[in-house]
Design a protein around this ligand. Structure first.
Ligand code: CTP
Length: 400
């Protein structure tokens, strides 16, 4: 059964990015019906939406009245995804207006609804827009934070539409949750996730690093966004697009990662340390490139890095904050995992086996999630997003 998606398009310049979003949704097997606003057609014409979706794409509430389109479309949809959502569209949705096909359909829809706002920073930060966003979120609508970066002109700031591939990921995550997609169980929760692998510089051209791709941490960020959380992602050397809706802080070394985590974690409800943090760094960073001397290589002296997970577990940034760690092991997952959980002092430890095609650089993972109360949850080999959802289920259970 194809999944039915309504793609609402507001009158923003980034409407062109929604053509790519539409493409990704249809290529993944979704049946998509595009409903642009009439002004959105000034940016991308009806013919483009109709040709890419294989369906009519009128903004007109009064077209095909005999079919009562807003009623039928509202009942047909498994997901309504609006990208870009302009300040005006957010205001009309918040006010419950139904003066075009898109807003009337929104009033009919009982499925999950996602807004991806895009506008100038001033419009996004305006109290009127923020009040509308709060109202929509309180009603169970998922309103994504816009990305920060280049806007229409030469200016930069918060208000950019996230990349289409990442918007599609949000749509898939919400669709995968089925009717649970309506339950934003992390709404109002602030979570911090670390991802990737730290690099410890030897000299201006070399570093000690590890194979972490950041995929598990990014999956955690994406799934938390889809469940309504306010997500900060501390990303160490990851070559992936920023997850839509997450605030991304980039770091390189373990020391930088620690600083970013300690300052982001104050007041956070949950912290997940998915990053592979180097245990050691070179004791000395050479200011210039280390040269061959002809007498063989000099040994590299190492010094220990701070254990960020242990520090965050011991000095919680907030009463009741839930701390989750990861442990990569090559053998005796349960034994080594339990010892690591106790040593780190966290609430949950996700233990995964490294090697045999699992964990590093793959889209799948298999793990045991050990809890400080002694419970063990086995997550069979599955997409990293599925493991991420189990982690958030266990975190959400601890909140309540
Ligand atoms: N970690 C950390 N700071 C470090 C090393 C690790 O915060 N300096 C965190 C990782 O982010 C992960 C957890 O600790 O959540 C476990 O990492 P792992 O490398 O498996 O544990 P180690 O303490 O290094 O134990 P060992 O290498 O002895 O297995």
């Amino acid at each position: 059964m194809p999944r039915h998606v309504i793609l609402g398009v507001g009158a923003g310049i980034s409407a062109y990015k929604s053509c790519e979003l539409l493409r990704r949704l249809t290529e993944s097997g979704c049946d998509v019906r595009v409903i642009p606003t009439s002004d959105a057609l000034r940016f991308v014409g009806e013919a483009t939406w109709a040709a890419l979706s294989g369906r009519s794409a009128t903004p007109d509430l009064w077209a095909d009245v005999h079919d009562v389109p807003h009623v039928n479309l509202g009942k047909w949809a498994d997901l309504v995804f609006i990208a870009p959502a302009t300040a005006d569209l957010l205001a009309r949705a918040a006010a419950g207006r139904g003066d075009d096909l898109l807003t009337a359909t929104l009033l009919m829809a009982r499925c999950p609804v996602v807004f991806a706002p895009a506008m100038h920073t001033e419009m996004w930060e305006h109290p009127a827009t923020q009040a509308n966003v709060t109202l929509l979120r309180d009603r169970g609508v998922l309103v994504l934070e816009p990305a920060t970066g280049r806007l229409t002109g030469p200016d930069t700031g918060a208000g950019r539409l996230p990349e289409p591939a990442e918007l599609a990921e949000v749509a898939f995550r919400v669709l995968d949750r089925g009717t649970d997609g309506l339950r934003l169980d992390l709404l109002g929760r602030r979570v911090v996730v670390s991802a990737g692998g730290t690099r410890e510089e030897l000299d201006p051209v070399r570093f000690l690093g590890n194979w972490s791709s950041g995929m598990q941490g990014y999956a955690l960020a994406r799934t938390a966004v889809a469940r309504g959380a306010d997500v900060t992602l501390v990303s160490a050397n990851v070559a992936l697009d920023d997850p839509a809706g997450a605030k991304v802080i980039r770091v390189v070394s373990a020391i930088q990662l620690r600083e970013a985590m300690v300052s982001s974690c104050a007041g956070a409800d949950a912290v997940v340390m998915a990053a592979a943090v180097a245990d050691f760094r070179p004791a000395v960073r050479n200011k210039s490139k280390i040269k061959k001397t002809g007498t063989g290589p000099e040994p590299i002296r190492l010094t220990e890095n701070p254990d960020v997970l242990r520090e965050l577990s011991t000095r919680r940034g907030h009463r009741g904050q839930i701390v989750v760690g990861f442990g990569a092991e090559t053998e005796d997952l349960l034994g080594n995992g339990r010892a690591k959980l106790a040593r780190k002092g966290c609430d949950l430890l996700v233990v995964n086996q490294v090697g045999s095609g699992l964990a590093f650089g793959t889209s799948e993972n298999e793990a045991l999630v050990l809890a400080s109360d002694g419970s063990v949850t086995h997550v069979p080999r599955s997409r990293k997003e599925a493991l991420a959802d189990v982690v958030w289920d266990l975190v959400a259970a601890r909140f309540s």
